[in-house]
Design a protein around this ligand. Structure first.
Ligand code: KDG
Ligand code: MG
Length: 402
């Protein structure tokens, strides 16, 4: 089998998506997600101008060699643009392999290690009462694990909390909006939120929380310790992770489990965190983490150190990534949990898919390959629109972590 053609589709059914389609001389094609929130067109150019010409006439079954060719052969390694582009190729090749062999991708990754993939929902509200209502709605929908975020008294808006009546979406169209942040107010509020949520819903539901990289290690240590009575499933991204040693400080002080890595793109970003056992869950995901070929290696390395997977799964990961994450989550032994932020109806229509949700678990379906299609005619009705993640400043105007 030979690759004959590849093309990049950019569409915006409510938010932007970058999709790579690789075609072969046998009529089988594969889809890969290359969406990089707020920097989408950089990946489009990387693929169209630099990668696609090198793919033509290659054997699409050579997932490992093509991965190494794109990673090592470029000389310029790593980085979110490069690794999202490599991931798009890699996903599309696994999709082709599955379709050509007439089997779902999870069978190529080791087969089912479990019956379903436990997913966590997002619940957020302007204040604690609204957040409790939102957690209740997700539990009623059947989720066994819920991430709770709440607006903070004294701050106008908080990342991760919906604005107006629209559901929370990580990117906003137009130029980046700016919001103000106070660590002091947040640290006073977050333990009260979880005290109330735990009291209200009891011990069974898994509770998660995302700090969005906004604390220092000692602040995160304080929060982790104060959240201990509420037994969180995890506290996510407590600190920016460039300084891996920062996690050692958190670990010394708290038993609240730690998850990080949604912005990582290479195993090298997580090496110390994993081998020193400073984290419990690695959040790298298929699209930003170099595809299934690389993520499988990350998971196998993590397994040696009691670290489990907890792949990022916000709406900026397209249904192609979601499907890939579900095949991966079904197959890897050290799976922990998968994030699930459902896409809007327009996105689901552009990307018809076989995956499904039932009683807290998701299932990738048994279609050959990844089990996702791209309706190109419908996608063309939603052209790209510039959009960004918001910018965050401290009350005195200092630029801060988002
Ligand atoms: O593109 C970035 C968003 O997906 C991210 O900020 C959302 O933190 C997030 C999460 O955990 O889903
Ligand atoms: Mg996050």
């Amino acid at each position: 089998m030979k690759i004959t053609r590849a093309s990049v589709n950019v569409c915006s059914p409510g938010r932007n998506f970058v999709t790579l389609k690789i075609e072969t001389d046998q009529g089988v094609y594969g889809l890969g997600d290359g969406t990089l929130n707020g920097r989408e067109l950089a990946v489009v150019s990387y693929l169209a101008d630099h990668v696609i010409p090198c793919l033509i006439a290659r054997d699409p079954f050579q997932t490992e060699d093509i991965w190494q060719y794109l990673y090592r052969g470029a000389y310029w390694r790593r980085g979110p643009v490069t690794m999202s582009a490599i991931a798009a190729v890699d996903m599309a090749l696994w999709d082709i392999k599955g379709k050509a062999l007439n089997t779902p991708v999870y069978n190529l990754l080791g087969g089912k290690s479990r019956n379903g993939v436990m997913v966590y929902a997002h619940a957020n509200g302007k204040d604690i009462e609204q957040t409790i209502d939102a957690v209740g709605r997700e539990i009623e929908r059947g989720y066994l694990a819920v991430r709770a975020q709440s607006g903070i008294p004294g701050l106008d808006s908080t990342y991760g909390v919906a604005k107006g009546n629209k559901p929370y979406e990580p990117a906003e169209r137009g130029l980046p909006s700016e919001s103000l942040w106070s660590t002091e107010k947040y640290l006073r509020h977050a333990p009260k939120l979880f005290e109330r949520v735990r009291q209200h819903f009891g011990d069974d539901v898994h509770l998660l929380h995302d700090c969005h990289h906004r604390l220092t290690p000692i602040e995160a240590a304080r929060l982790g310790r104060e959240l201990e009575p509420y037994h969180l499933f995890w506290m996510e991204d407590p600190v920016p992770a460039e300084l891996q040693e920062g996690f050692a400080v958190i670990r010394q002080h708290t038993t609240t489990p730690i998850a990080t890595g949604e912005v990582f793109n290479s195993i090298w970003d997580a090496k110390m965190l994993i081998e020193k056992q400073w984290i419990d869950y690695i959040r790298m995901t298929v699209v930003h983490g170099g595809g299934l070929t690389h993520l499988k290696k990350v998971a196998d390395f993590a397994a040696l150190f009691h670290v489990r997977t907890g792949c990022h799964g916000a709406t900026d990961l397209s249904p192609v990534s979601m499907a890939a994450a579900l095949h991966f989550g079904l197959a890897v032994h050290n799976f922990g949990v998968q994030e699930h932020m459902p896409h809007n109806e327009e996105t689901d229509a552009v990307f018809p898919h076989g995956y499904s949700f039932d009683s807290g678990y998701m299932y990738p379906g048994d279609a050959p390959g990844l089990g996702v299609e791209l309706d190109e005619a419908l996608a063309a009705k939603y052209p790209y629109q510039r959009a960004y993640l918001p910018i965050n400043r401290k009350l005195d105007g200092t630029l801060f972590d988002w």
